[in-house]
Design a protein around this ligand. Structure first.
Ligand code: ADP
Ligand code: MG
Length: 374
C-alpha cells in the first residue's frame, strides 16, 4: 500500500510538473492578435504578439487606443477645450506667460529643432493659416463647376451644402505675419504667444502618439513584438516570433490603391509619409493639399509628390515618431535636394517620389526598401 501511495504521489508530482511546464510553455509562445479602431480622428491598426493569451492582448490594444485618445484630449488638440494646446492658444496676445507641462515643453523643444534646421519649412505656429484653409473639414470633398477664386464658392460645393472658399492673398498675408516659431518664447515651463499666433501640432500628432505607444508597450513584458499604425504613421516594436522583419507598405502616390513597395524593418523604427494625396480639395481641377509652405501660406509646391521618412526610435532623445512625422512634412515643403540634407542631418532615412514618379532615396533606405515593380 505504501509503495502504491509512493508511486501514486510520484506520478502525480511528475504529471503536475509536466502540465505546469506545458502551460508555461504555452503562455511563453507569443500569439498574434489584431485590432482596428479609431482615435485622434484616424484609423489605428494594431498587430501585437503577446505571450499571455488573447484576453491580455485585447487589453493591451485597448490601452494603446486610450493612450492615443488621452494624448489628443489632454494635450494636442486645438479644438478640444480641455487640451493644453487649446488653453495656450487662448492665451495668445494676452501678454501672460502660460504654464507648460514638462511633456509638452519637451515636444515643443524637439519641434523647434526641426523648425530651425528646416528654415521654417516645418512650423508648428501655422495654426491660423491651417484654419484659413479649413483643412480639417476637407475629408473627401471635391469641388468643381464654376471658377472659385478667393471669396466665391463653387456651385457644386453650394449644392452639396459644403462650404469652401479659397483664402485671398490679403487674408493669407494677415495671418502669415503671426507665423514663426522663433516669435514664441518657451522658457522654464512657460510659453507666451504673440497676438494672432496659434499652435498646431497636426503635422506631428501621429508621430508623438507612436513615441508614447512605444513607452506603453515597454511597460508590458508580455508584449514581444508589435506593428502599430496611427493613420499611416507606423511603429515597429520588438520582434516577430519567426524572427522575420516587419513589413511596412508604402502607398503609390499616383494610385493610392497600389503599393509602391515594401520596407523590411527590425523593431524600434518609425515610418511617416507625407503626400499631396492624403488630404486635399479640388477646385475646378486644381488640387489644394494640406501641407502648407509657412513662407507663402499656400500648399507647398516643390518637386515632391510624396516623401517617406524612417527614423530609429532610439535616435535623438527617443522621439523617432515625432522626428519622422515632422521631417516628412518639412521634406515635402523643402523639395528633394534640401530635404535629403535635412533628413541626413537628423540621422533619418528618406525616400522621395517626385512629380514624374521617379524614386530617389538615401543609401540607408536602400537596405530597407524593395519596389513592387521594377
Ligand atoms: P498627415 O497629417 O496627413 O500625415 P502631415 O503630417 O504632413 O500630414 O501634417 C499636415 C497637417 O499639419 C496639416 O493638416 C496642418 O494642420 C499642419 N501643417 C501643414 N503644413 C505644415 C507645416 N509646413 N508645418 C507644420 N505643420 C503643418
Ligand atoms: Mg508629418
Amino acid at each position: 500500500m505504501k509503495k502504491f501511495l509512493q508511486k501514486f504521489m510520484f506520478t502525480f508530482v511528475f504529471m503536475s510538473t509536466a502540465v505546469c511546464l506545458l502551460c508555461t510553455g504555452c503562455s511563453r509562445q507569443p500569439e498574434e492578435y489584431r485590432s482596428t479602431g479609431t482615435a485622434m480622428g484616424t484609423i489605428i491598426s494594431q498587430t501585437v504578439y503577446v505571450s499571455a493569451g488573447e484576453e491580455a492582448a485585447r487589453k493591451i490594444t485597448e490601452e494603446v487606443t486610450s493612450c492615443i485618445d488621452g494624448l489628443e484630449q489632454d494635450c494636442l488638440s486645438w479644438r478640444l477645450e480641455d487640451s493644453e494646446i487649446y488653453r495656450i492658444n487662448l492665451s495668445a496676445g494676452s501678454g501672460q506667460q502660460e504654464a507648460l507641462s514638462g511633456f509638452l515643453e519637451e515636444v515643443l523643444e524637439q519641434c523647434k529643432k526641426v523648425y530651425a534646421a528646416s528654415d521654417g519649412a516645418f512650423d508648428f505656429t501655422i495654426g491660423n493659416v491651417a484654419r484659413l484653409w479649413n483643412i480639417d473639414s476637407w475629408a473627401g470633398m471635391q469641388f468643381s463647376g464654376s471658377a472659385v477664386t478667393g471669396g466665391q464658392q463653387s456651385a457644386a460645393a453650394e449644392k452639396s451644402g459644403l462650404e469652401f472658399t479659397l483664402p485671398t492673398q490679403e487674408q493669407l498675408a494677415a495671418v502669415l505675419s503671426c507665423v514663426g516659431a522663433d516669435k514664441c518664447s518657451i522658457e522654464a515651463g512657460f510659453i507666451s504667444l504673440p497676438e494672432g499666433m496659434q499652435l498646431d501640432l497636426g503635422a506631428v500628432g501621429k508621430g508623438i502618439a507612436l513615441d508614447e505607444i512605444r513607452k506603453l508597450l515597454a511597460q508590458h513584458s508580455e508584449v514581444t513584438g508589435a506593428v502599430i499604425s496611427v493613420g499611416g504613421s507606423i511603429l515597429t516594436y520588438g520582434s516577430k516570433p519567426d524572427g522575420s522583419m516587419w513589413k511596412v507598405g508604402i502607398v503609390d502616390p499616383f494610385d493610392t490603391a497600389q503599393s509602391l513597395g515594401t520596407l523590411s524593418l527590425p523593431g524600434g523604427f518609425c515610418v511617416s509619409t507625407s503626400g499631396d494625396y492624403e488630404r486635399y480639395v479640388e477646385v475646378d481641377g486644381v488640387r489644394y493639399h494640406h501641407i502648407l509652405d509657412p513662407h507663402t501660406g499656400m500648399p507647398a509646391d516643390s518637386d515632391v509628390k510624396s516623401v517617406t521618412i524612417v527614423c530609429r526610435e532610439d535616435s535623438q532623445t527617443a522621439a523617432g515618431g515625432l522626428f519622422s512625422d515632422a521631417l516628412s512634412t518639412a521634406c515635402f515643403v523643402l523639395g528633394m535636394e534640401r530635404g535629403m540634407e535635412l533628413a541626413e542631418a537628423f540621422g533619418a532615412e528618406v525616400l522621395f517620389v517626385d512629380k514624374e514618379g521617379v524614386i530617389s532615396m538615401t543609401e540607408g533606405m536602400e537596405q530597407y526598401f524593395s519596389a513592387s515593380r521594377q
